[in-house]
Ligand binder design. Sequence first.
Ligand SMILES: [Zn+2]
Ligand SMILES: [Zn+2]
Length: 218
Amino acid sequence: MVKIAITFNNNSNPGFKSGWGFSCFIENNENILFDTGCNGKDLLYNLEKLKIDVIAIKKIILSHEHWDHTGGLSDILRLNKNTEVFVLDSFSENLKQELRRKSNLIEISSMREISQDIFTTGPIANNPDEQSLILETKKGILVLVGCSHPGVDKILEIAEKHGKIYGIIGGFHGFNKFDALKNIELIGACHCTQHTDQIKKLFPKQFIEVKTGDVVEI
Ligand SMILES: [Zn+2]
Ligand SMILES: [Zn+2]
């Protein structure tokens, strides 16, 4: 079973901090953080509330170099000096240099395994490039996305190489090619998604409201 806890999002459950950005925690065989929201103070607050031990985070993956996904990183690295940070090789030299000092930096240039049953799509060309996570679960593929700037349809096409898509969670940005979602059982569009109402209306059974503090078990 894989557990996804939403640790940062524009909307939150009562008792959690919300803000513009996205982050989620993956509990598989290892503890993995995908993105870090827009600020570390609120991210750390939410992690504590979810009883997630910052020191136990083994790997951090950054989807793309936007402040609302990288903002909480330095606060995490201040507390956890042993984590591996996975960024795309096209990230700015400044950030990479800082991360080389503060963590074990791993630069991604193509699709590869990050942890057992968890893969990165590798860089999907955009400005900036973005990577998404592909989780192989017993129900099918679960895709975790940051902002989906390259397009949800393009990301799903790449993820499909690993099997049938079961679900997708994260920000959809301005995505409106809704047909691409029609065979997906779990649609957790959140964060920067602009067409939430339409997605909800078209896929009422598949759509799930995702807020900080939610835990999805698959
Ligand atoms: Zn974003
Ligand atoms: Zn973005």
